[in-house]
Design a protein around this ligand. Structure first.
Ligand code: PMV
Length: 327
């Protein structure tokens, strides 16, 4: 039996604009997915994902997840089996072993589909655990690349390298197209996350921004402005200037709202955080619902969010400098 874990992430800056070649800075946070795998005698895959939904589920299938023997909502199963299937395929490929089956147990404290990189964390930890179970050790860079290929396939080409690279490497990272680097000297970042209990549809939100760009010149300018702001944010990060980082997060949120990807609950949480004294606050990820991230080293933002209409939960999730790890 082999267990690995990998962190989720928040976008400090740059989501959506990254789709058009601008840089983005995602940061790994101290919320993890843990994946345990045990080799089976047959070629089947059994997934036990107690924490991936409120009810939890167990699913067993052979080569085709369509044959899954389950009693839970189909889209949830399709999502979970797609990522697990992809992770297993990558592990088989890396180890050069065909047809080996696994019992897979997923435990995660990262809200699903809410802009915190839950699927990337599951895929990174899953490939690491399954390859090690087969006696092969992959570098974090290779894990990131293989996990990206899984996300790219499951999400039908709509994935940047941000989530998987950040989850594999940990810390603050810079992503621009296919170039990914760790930002070595980031300061401690006291992130607070507010979660509205929902999730936006990433494909629809990305398509909406694309339509806006094709129709209005301001949307092109807005994407370029986010790119400028990210470059300034990188300098503030290297200088350890948390006050400026907060201001830039506020500006980034405003630009994302102009692109139409905020929502009433995200706005309520962002303003609650600012009113509570956070250095800055913005939505994280695709938007439309899900999570906001704020910078606050006191407990004021977390407490204020707990009383904010539309906020289901709030928690601290500091920058995690450790990426994928053995458990
Ligand atoms: O919601 P998330 O964490 O999957 O982030 C989506 C970020 C986008 O820039 C909107 C899309 C992408 O693949 O980069």
């Amino acid at each position: 039996m082999t267990t690995s874990s990998a962190p989720g992430k928040v976008y400090l800056f740059g989501e959506h604009a990254v789709v058009y070649g601008e840089p983005a800075v995602p940061c790994a946070v101290s919320r993890r997915a843990r994946v345990t795998v045990e080799r089976r005698d047959d070629d089947r895959i059994r997934v036990d994902a107690a924490d991936l939904s409120l009810d939890g589920f167990t699913v067993t299938y052979g080569d085709d997840p369509g044959d899954a023997d389950v009693d839970v909502p189909g889209d949830l199963v399709a999502a979970a089996t797609g990522y697990v299937d992809g992770a297993v395929a990558q592990a088989r490929d890396a180890a050069g072993v065909e047809g080996v089956g696994f019992d897979v147990t997923i435990e995660s404290d990262i809200p699903l589909g809410a802009g915190l990189g839950s699927s990337a964390a599951v895929v990174v930890a899953g490939i690491d655990a399954a390859t090690r179970e087969l006696g092969v050790d992959l570098s974090a860079e290779e894990l990131a690349d293989r996990a990206y290929r899984v996300e790219h396939e499951v999400q039908e080409g709509q994935a940047s390298r941000a989530d998987t690279f950040c989850s594999a490497m940990g810390g603050a990272v810079r992503v621009e197209g296919d170039d990914c680097d760790r930002i070595g000297d980031a300061p401690e970042l006291p992130f607070v996350v507010g979660y509205d209990g929902g999730a936006g549809n990433t494909g629809e939100l990305v398509a909406g921004v694309r339509d806006l760009k094709e129709t209005y010149g301001f949307a092109d300018d807005t994407v370029a402005a986010i790119g400028d702001l990210v470059r300034q944010g990188e300098r503030a990060l290297r200088d350890g200037d948390v006050g400026e980082l907060g201001d830039l997060m506020d500006f980034n949120h405003g630009l994302l709202a102009a692109l139409g990807v905020s929502s009433r609950s995200l706005e309520a949480m962002v303003w609650a955080a600012r009113d509570a004294g956070a250095a800055g606050a913005k939505l994280t990820g695709a938007g439309g619902g899900g999570c906001i991230v704020a910078l606050d080293d006191t407990d004021a933002t977390e407490r204020a969010l707990e009383y904010t209409p539309g906020c289901e939960s709030a928690f601290r999730a500091e920058l995690d400098t450790e990426g994928v790890r053995r458990e």
